[in-house]
Design a protein around this ligand. Sequence first.
Ligand code: SER
Length: 597
Amino acid sequence: MKELTTQQLRKEYLGFFKEKGHTVIRSASLIPDNDPTVLFTTAGMHPLVPYLLGAKHPGGTRLTDVQKCVRTGDIDQVGDATHCTFFEMLGNWSLGDYFKEESISYSYEFLTEVLKIPSDRLAVTVFEGDSDCGADTVSASVWEKKGIKKENIFYLPKKNNWWGPAGITGPCGPDTEIFFITDKEKCGENCSPACDCGRYVEIWNNVFMEFFKNSDGTFSPLSQKNVDTGMGLERTVAMLNGYESVYEIDVFRPVIAFIDEHSGKKDVRGARIIADHIRTATFMLGDEKGVTPSNVDQGYILRRLIRRAVRFARSLDFDATLLADISRMYIDEYEPYYEELKINSEKIISELNLEIERFGKTVAQGMKEFEKLLGYIQNNRMSGKAAFRLYDTFGFPIEMTVELAKDNGITVDVEGFEKAFREHQEKSHAGAEQKFKGGLADNSEATSRLHTATHLLNACLKKVLNDDNIQQKGSNITAERLRFDFNFPRPLTQEELKNVEDAVNAIIKENVPVVCKEMPVEEARKLGAVGVFSSKYGEIVKTYTMGKYSMEICGGPHAANTGELGHFTIVKEQSSSSGVRRIKAVISGAESESKPE
Ligand code: SER
């Protein structure tokens, strides 16, 4: 097998698929475009959803890339041999081009001829079939023809061999997964890639995307059959080099050595957690769409990661101010491939340091609270509620409270803490679900009007700036204002802003009816609708049309007539991130405007 580094594997993979007629595309941002159902890009296919649904990709019908991904669902497992919150996914796609036979042939050729993995070290799984979709005997026979031993081909159910959608709805289909067979013996008679005894390590997943999962849970056939594949870069490098853990690969090795060197105590899991979390934080802070620590959404995840790294640094007796040095190591390592890290390097370091400092201060305040709480302790035991207050208000992780308590000769009701934690989580999940529903904070009339105004703003920006490439890059609406992000290379002039306002207000004055129509996504696209053909929409989409001015795919709700909107005013225009501008606008006097006939 070829003992490749991450840099080398990236190069080999992209080179191989380029030779097979694929266009190499750049990794998209870690923040999904207009998909409110997930916070981060979780797979290479995620940014390609519109194209998997039939939109034409400028790169053609064969694409390949390395995509930055974040998955925080398994955060508690980070520190074991395979889990990371950030990872890179190698992928190749066929958009209505080749299907099972060629996809499997390419994978087999890459694994056995480029990576030089012996064929008998490979096992594959295929979909066993159910009432939604038949058994995938086609894939199984292609694998066999290629040379995979029959005993290494496993038929498994939907739980194992079905991928997607990335969000709640979207493209998905049966998959065939490829595993490396390690030296570990079978764990029993029924040992298969479905068990996690460690004998089989998953390296690649080829999804045959033929279906769209609707919000009611049913599957509709897609108009084109696609292939979506994903290979975990870190895992594959570890496998090729015979490492037991991803934390031994080239990008982590120097970081782990640095942590060990500067730690008072040695702890494998703690060091891995620091290495993982700081890498993820570096990519989030350096992302082209720029995330900063906050108490909501992506910013909150980032905050948690940084604070968790600081906490583990403390427990290792590792000076938290050195975390920025780790971030610098990652910037140097990755910037040849991800130039945004270089462009944003100052921001990454300063925001990271700022958050570490902020956390230091909260901890100091929390310590005062902790000492106060000690005064109320009964039976040498701290209540779960008190521990939760330390967590919720001062960011004290429970492990830290337990440690501090121990130093003071008391115990903590951890179960009580967990109960309080769960109750809180249920509450905030309910809130988050509500918030993400259709991307709107609420469905009041005020937000409906602002939502309609957003469509007009989108249309008028294109017209006034005479730029058809302008696209929505993000939208956030509260009852008070709209916020609209779009790609544009420079600040708008006062005159341009005034012209945009005037253009929007002219359409409002015209009392144009807002017409909602449902139609297949292809038809909407043909009719020139703008909007994101993304996973949150069904195959049948809602379009909102305002005369000749605007047609957009959107979940709604909207005003019935532009005349209901009142007066539109832009209150701020600023940079959102590199190449993306942000406009905040309000509408006033809506109530006093005459209603349409
Ligand atoms: N989307 C599939 C996955 O994430 C293949 O890329 O595994």
